[in-house]
Ligand binder design. Structure first.
Ligand code: HEC
Length: 140
């Protein structure tokens, strides 16, 4: 191979490389263009931006019991829907006798008409616990 040929060869390789990089970039652009506009994601799903951010936020420090209660528990516990122990009543005195471990276990896993985590999939165990304490403390 003479000098000219090898230079041409190197040039050719260079062009091929540039071309394939270019092709990859084009593919990315196409993928970007054809991907669905909205992505379905479940609350608490790490793969989705917003919920992941919310989960991270709740992992660091967390929401107060009152905040979690107002956002996720009040709908049922505020009025006593389907036999839910009602906020601010002696309903919680009887429940409290079961002990926090049992209440927390039932709140996390659900019991009868009480849905797991009170439907707050993004709530950490600590946040659920804080919400229960908020309700237990309301007993009067
Ligand atoms: C869809 C309605 C609903 C929502 C929302 C809900 N609860 Fe409940 N919860 C109930 C019902 C109904 C019961 C009574 C279950 C039973 O003892 O039969 C209950 C019972 C409980 C108990 C008592 C469990 C026991 O062992 O006595 C705790 C603790 C509790 N809920 C916590 C929570 C927390 C914390 C939230 C919010 C994060 C929440 N709940 C949201 C309906 C709800």
């Amino acid at each position: 191979m003479n000098k000219f040929a090898s230079a041409l060869c190197a040039l050719g390789l260079g062009v091929a490389l540039v071309a394939s990089v270019q092709a990859a970039t084009d593919n990315d652009k196409i993928i970007e263009r054809i991907k669905p506009v909205g992505e379905v994601c479940m609350e608490g799903d790490d793969s989705c931006g917003g919920a992941a951010a919310a989960a991270t936020a709740s992992a660091g420090g967390g929401r107060s019991g009152e905040e979690v209660y107002n956002a996720s528990c009040a709908a049922c516990h505020g009025t006593g829907v389907a036999g839910a122990p009602k906020f601010g009543t002696s309903d919680w005195t009887a429940r409290a006798e079961k002990g926090m471990d049992t209440l927390l276990d039932h709140a996390i896993n659900g019991i009868n008409a009480m849905p797991p985590r009170g439907t707050c999939a993004s709530c950490s165990d600590d946040e659920i616990k804080a919400a229960i304490e908020h309700m237990v403390n309301s007993a009067g």
